[in-house]
Write a protein that binds this ligand. Structure first.
Ligand code: GCW
Length: 697
């Protein structure tokens, strides 16, 4: 996979290094191995041996530029390190230290951890430090992960289609597994390990029962074998009704002893094939999936039955809180909280409840989900969507770091200083288990994620899962340096583009707290006018509630009172439009079109301003990218430029279609200086995209 290795003649490397900007780069190498230095000539030594240590050594040999001292990889309990009296407690089970040390009378750069995988993470941290421009003479790195489970969720179907996937077919070739193990599986594991990701749920949460049959367990086991030395555990999504569908039982009622026995036997079978199997992820009673509510049992009953099956093997269950029902007339944003909060304290201790970052569904902006802070007795996994279902698919440039950061940094208001991050890490409530999950944006495209900049979203997810207090800008910078090389102009440009990009998407798709305005099914493009779908809460008009007088969803006491699901201080802030942040205004309030914003503009003027700003931000990003043309390899530069062109066209489409629709409702005209939409509303309504990607047919 690497261009360079130790056997590459030096003259060839020098030539390639000179040729870098023009040299084709299809993005396969991700953020790894893009060092523009000559190949590694540092001495890499290992004390002890294991497949994981060997991987760590190989990684350093591949792309660590020369260091003044030899590098020594060793576990912290290695007798050779005894005299150093290392503080192993601060390293925990997976943390690392990288520091100069005198070992056996020699100065070395020591890379150590209490476990093999800790050493591997240390090796990657050293590479990250050097290859993102860190000082090679001052190396003292120490870190331990803040969350225990750092997991990708693949929404990959057994037929190879990825639900909401925009980077090609599934990586997993289920048909050829377990016999053929595509070398790409190891490259996938390697990329994840470089970030500290330690788990992967292989199949879609809209799961097929077949994934639990013997042939598919064998296939999953083959993947687990590849991933194991990289510290990555395999998990499976399960279909709650599997005991009926593949077990031949009459019921899947979790309280039925036969059902419990079936799950137990199934777990035993899986663990025979995959001794370190991680556990189950479950989407139950959500969007048509079966679940315990079908039997009048609770989500806790369901989760606990599965948890009992995996507990003897050390497994866990991640039970999703993404539920809403058409039989419940209440505000969709309230339903998960209403259903799950009363269950706090009733889940088995190997169950985590997995909660999306916001209360609706991965919109470009949502206030944090009120369940964070509301279930102190239950470990909550944060679920982010890395794939950009609602942020322009693979084509639009939207760096999600600022969005993740905004949610993680949010104060829950429950206790002083309690942030969503502190709930997720388990620190707030002293949980043994904690986790962060990201819905993967990975497929078989050569560049893995559909575009170079989408790779940054995989990257930032992994880094923030490791440490949710890291800054998204610092992460953007280290990603850009490792991805594009050390040219400061390219790094600064890429980071500047990335940091404004998500807000631009918010502006042109749904400013001021508007949400869920997407066209039906595929979610490609605008559809704020849609009002005829089967369930009320599937229609954009349900969310924006625009009429001649105003717009927005009243979630205060005069409306759904969703604000009351937040801690009192926040509930108070959100109850008043004057104290609600402008970004969330129409999420919480229905306001007249001429509502006065703090700067004196009317609400309508502010909305138009933001739509316009979104479009001009995309134009600005495109112009910025043009300035680095000669500094980035042609292949990645051109693809990015083409995609920015698509984004510019589509940002304008979003803006024009949305404004045409709002004007048809409010009868207002555009403020002076704002261009009229290119087409009339009917034209926008007529657009059809039956084969838009990622949409399960
Ligand atoms: O956002 C919605 C998606 C569905 C997805 C669902 C979920 C896997 O449109 O495709 O189903 O969320 O998170 O379960």
């Amino acid at each position: 996979m690497m261009l360079f290795n130790r056997r590459t003649p030096l003259w060839a490397c020098a030539l390639l290094a000179l040729a870098t900007p023009a040299w084709g780069n299809n993005g396969y190498r991700l953020w790894l191995g893009e060092s523009q230095d000559l190949p590694a000539v540092s001495t890499i030594e290992m004390s002890g041996d294991s497949p994981t240590l060997r991987i760590a050594a190989d990684e350093l040999r591949r792309s660590l530029p020369t260091l003044p001292t030899p590098v020594l990889l060793a576990k912290a309990n290695d007798p050779a390190l005894a005299s150093l009296r290392l503080d192993t407690r601060s390293m925990g089970a997976e943390g690392y230290r990288v520091q100069r040390a005198n070992v056996g009378g020699r100065e070395v750069m020591l890379v150590t951890g209490t476990s093999d995988v800790g050493v591997l993470y240390g090796a990657f941290a050293l590479l990250r430090h050097i290859n993102s421009g860190g000082d090679a003479t001052q190396i003292a790195l120490a870190s331990a992960p803040q969350t225990k489970l750092r997991i990708l969720n693949h929404w990959d179907n057994l037929d190879g289609v990825v639900e909401r996937g925009y980077a090609g077919q599934s990586l997993w070739d289920w048909w050829l597994l377990p016999d053929y193990k595509d070398p790409r599986y190891a490259d996938y594991a390697r990329a994840n390990a470089s970030l500290g990701i330690n788990g992967t749920v292989l199949n879609n949460v809209n799961a097929k029962a077949e994934s639990l049959t013997a042939p598919y367990i064998a296939k999953a086991a083959a993947l687990a074998d590849v991933f194991r030395p990289y510290g990555i555990k395999v998990y499976l999504s399960v279909r709650f009704s599997a005991p009926i569908e593949i077990g031949g039982l009459k019921t899947a009622d979790p309280r039925d002893p036969q059902v419990a026995a079936w799950w137990k036997a199934k777990a035993d079978e899986i663990y025979r094939a995959i001794p370190d199997f991680g556990g189950f992820l479950v989407k139950a009673n959500s969007e048509g999936q079966p679940g315990p509510r079908d039997y009048d049992a609770s989500h806790a009953d369901g989760a606990n039955t599965l948890a009992a099956a995996v507990a003897p093997h050390g497994g866990i269950v991640m039970w999703r809180a993404f539920v809403y029902a058409d039989t419940d007339p209440d505000d969709r944003a309230k339903q998960a909280y209403t259903e799950f909060k009363p269950l706090d304290g009733t889940f088995a201790d190997n169950v985590l409840v997995q909660v999306k970052n916001g209360a609706i569904d991965f919109q470009p902006r949502e206030p944090f989900h009120p369940l964070f802070g509301a279930m102190p007795k239950t470990p909550l996994v944060m679920e982010f969507q890395i794939t950009k279902e609602y942020l322009g698919f693979a084509t639009h440039l939207a760096y999600l770091g600022p969005m993740f950061e905004e949610v993680l940094d949010a104060e829950t208001g429950v206790r002083r200083g309690e942030t969503v991050a502190s709930v997720v890490t388990g620190k707030a409530d002293g949980h043994r288990l904690s986790g962060m999950a990201g819905v993967a944006n990975i497929g078989r495209d050569r560049d893995w994620s559909g575009s170079t900049f989408n790779q940054a979203n995989w990257y930032v997810f992994g880094r923030m899962a490791w440490d949710p207090t890291l800054s998204s800008e610092a992460i953007a910078r280290e990603w850009a340096a490792q991805t594009f090389g050390k040219d400061p102009v390219v790094i600064d440009t890429a980071v500047a583009m990335m940091m404004r990009s998500r807000e631009a998407v918010v502006d042109y798709t749904g400013p001021l707290g508007l949400a869920h305005l997407f066209a039906s099914g595929h979610h490609y493009g605008p559809g704020p006018w849609i009002s005829d779908l089967g369930r009320p809460e599937w229609n954009p008009v349900y969310y924006h509630r625009a009429d001649r007088n105003g717009i927005g969803f009243d979630r205060t006491r005069t409306g759904s009172n969703a604000v009351a699901q937040y801690a009192p201080s926040l509930a108070k802030r959100y109850a008043n439009p004057k104290t609600t942040p402008a970004e969330d205004l129409l999420w919480f309030h229905h306001l007249p079109w001429d509502y006065k914003m703090p700067d004196g503009k009317t609400l309508w003027e502010e909305m138009v301003h933001r739509y316009d700003r979104g479009v001009s931000e995309v134009r600005a990003m495109r112009a910025q990218w043009a300035t680095v043309k000669s500094r980035v390899d042609a292949e990645r530069w051109e693809k990015t430029d083409t995609y920015l062109g698509i984004q510019e066209r589509e940002a304008l489409w979003w803006r024009d279609a949305s404004l045409a629709y709002w004007m048809s409702i409010n009868g207002l005209s555009l403020p002076a200086g704002s261009a009229a939409p290119q087409h009339d509303l009917e034209w926008y309504k007529q657009q059809r995209f039956p084969f838009a990607p990622g949409n399960p047919q």
